[in-house]
Design a protein. Sequence first.
Length: 326
Amino acid sequence: MAAFSGDARHRVAVLARDRVLSFELSIVHRIFGQARSAAGAALYEVVTCAPEPGDVRTDADFTLAVAHGPEALAEAETVVVPASADDFEPRNEPLDPSLAAALARIRPGTRIASICSGSFVLAAAGLLAGRRATAHWRSSARFRERFPDVAFDPDVLYTDDDGVLTSAGGASGIDLCLHMIRTDHGAAVANEVARGSVVPPHREGGQAQYVKRPMPDPRTSSTGRARRWALENLHRPLTLQELAAQESTSTRTFTRRFRDEIGTSPGRWLTQQRIERARTLLERTDLPIDEIAVTAGFGTAGSMRLHLKDELGVSPSAYRATFRGP
């Protein structure tokens, strides 16, 4: 049985692996399946395939009856690889032979995309060597360690490097599919698909706004007293001399110890803590932006806006709208 109908629609194959994340697999069908021409004709044909046809387990309490095998990959114009629950278990084995053989059937020039940790599959297959790529922020360290030849970017929602695309967490698969539709057929078509799914056509910022940074315990180090004091006085200007004085040491010694313990400079750490304070207040309170800027130690709303834009890729109001609603 042929995987695709043979008409003029763009052919998209979704590769379902054992314990595939059902949400991510369904994104591809839902987003591409809504794309229509001005005359109302479907622009894409999406099929699900597997390294071997048959039942494929999902991460949920149901299995998929997948009719198509790897032949669909050879016929596709776009291939999408969603994540599998197995990807989140730390291991460095090579690709399963059947999966490697399936990927080898993809024709040169085919657009290839991954969602979330599906990028591990693309990297293991050698498809991301020398390319810019991303994955879920929780997988950043493991990805960098395993694939040093990939230009990994942990801050973005998706990447597109000359037809090889990757995306971050599950929902950023929506952003990725909309981007591909926008590339193929323009913003108007992509915007209509976004409206139909009740999602923004384009989200501001990147993954950084969703990452919670752990704070080292101020009680367990030689700079802990200074950090604890700084957090209690974050609302006012703080100098390196004041921080060093809390530990009764010189600024040079304090800076060296601080870098050894925290991995960054005191000034950079202060900025990060002010951003975390601002994020908490934006998420959990209705305080005006100007008041949050003062409380977090930025002084002015303009200064806070510049720091959040630089660090998170969004303005304070956009961040608040994301986490509290407009």
